[in-house]
Design a protein around this ligand. Structure first.
Ligand code: PHE
Length: 340
């Protein structure tokens, strides 16, 4: 019996050396000291001993139990301490590490200019209206006095979806849609994407953006057009920027004009940007052709109107002195970050 006790003490000591976690320790405790444990089994065997040996043996077993208990308790305390140290180490926060900064985004320069344009025109009483980019030939051309086989169609290298459907070549079809569905007074601007079969270069792209305006009411004159565009020019580019009208041709306006703005780079004195002229060509405009009004169901004897259209890319590269339009599309952060 004494040998059995000794062997228990020895294997418990051995196991305690290797135990790594408190679950395993608890299992060991139950296996040795529990109700069905090894030590209890030995106590049960005491009944077989001669009566005079029992007290002595009982004492030895109790001593052994106490020793085992305290050894296991010690091991448990050591384990707890180790686990605590481990946890502390794992949860350490290095307060000297640099923080993670979150970069603020910024608007694309064309969105900045578009916001400016919408501010300027809604400030003058215009309503912004959008329309489809895949458009009927009827709205893109026919209603704007550009019948099939009209030579002026060549000027707008068109992507055809089929005989009657195109990718809109300008946002003027939005104006045609509005004229056929509303009664004057009409005062709208239509911003949006437009498409032309152009090669990509520093000033061209097959997809670009326009904003076009339309005003129709009684007694609208070319003076109203001039005043509106002068106001627009000064609000977008600053005091001292004026407009100059040069005679031109568009099938949907009569008379028509190419409109130049004072070159902002030199203030009109003449420089490389404006090729010495002091003016930069920026937009097309004119008085709405009475034929267009009549085709759209507006009485051209009672009403007159003006229209204008311009490219937002062009406005943007002029405003920020961007040397090449392609920068606007390349998503190069070094370029975009300059507009924060
Ligand atoms: N729609 C013309 C274009 O895209 C621009 C324009 C609009 C000209 C309105 C005159 C009047 O080229």
């Amino acid at each position: 019996m004494q040998d059995q006790l000794k062997s228990i003490r020895e294997h418990v000591a051995e196991e305690l050396k290797n135990i790594q976690d408190s679950n395993a320790l608890e299992q060991l405790r139950v296996r040795v000291l529990g109700k069905k444990g090894e030590l209890t089994a030995i106590l049960r065997g005491m009944g077989k001993l001669p009566a005079e040996e029992r007290p002595k043996m009982g004492q030895i077993v109790n001593e052994t139990r106490e020793k085992l208990e305290s050894a296991i308790d010690e091991a448990a305390a050591a384990l707890r301490q180790r686990e605590k140290e481990f946890r502390l180490k794992r949860e350490t926060i290095d307060v000297t590490l640099p923080g993670k900064t979150r970069e603020a985004g910024s608007l694309h320069p064309m969105n900045i200019v578009l916001d400016d344009l919408l501010d300027i025109f809604t400030g003058m009483g215009f309503e912004a209206v959008e329309g489809p980019e895949i458009e009927y030939d009827h709205y893109n051309f026919e209603l704007l006095n550009l019948p099939k086989n009209h030579p002026a169609r060549d000027a707008q290298d068109t992507f055809y979806v089929d005989d009657n459907v195109v990718l809109r070549t300008h946002t003027s079809p939005v104006q045609a849609r509005i004229m056929t569905t509303r009664k004057p007074p009409i005062r709208i601007v239509s911003p949006g994407r437009v498409y032309r079969a152009d090669e990509v270069d520093a000033t061209h792209s097959p997809v670009f953006h326009q904003i076009e305006g339309l005003v129709i009411d009684e007694n609208i004159s070319i003076g109203d057009l001039k005043g509106t565009l002068d106001t627009f020019a000064e609000r977008l580019y600053g005091k001292g920027i004026a407009t100059r009208f040069r005679p031109s041709f568009f099938p949907f306006t009569e008379p028509s004009a190419e409109v130049d703005l004072t070159c902002a780079a030199c203030g009109g004195k003449g420089c490389r940007t404006c090729k010495g002229t002091g003016w930069i060509e920026v937009l097309g405009a004119g008085m709405v052709n009475p034929k267009v009004l009549d085709m759209c169901g507006i009485d051209s004897k009672k009403y007159s109107g003006f229209a204008f259209g311009m490219g937002i890319e062009r406005l943007t590269i002029l405003k920020y002195n961007v040397p090449d339009m392609r920068y606007l599309y390349e998503n190069d952060l070094r370029f975009l970050k300059q507009f924060r």
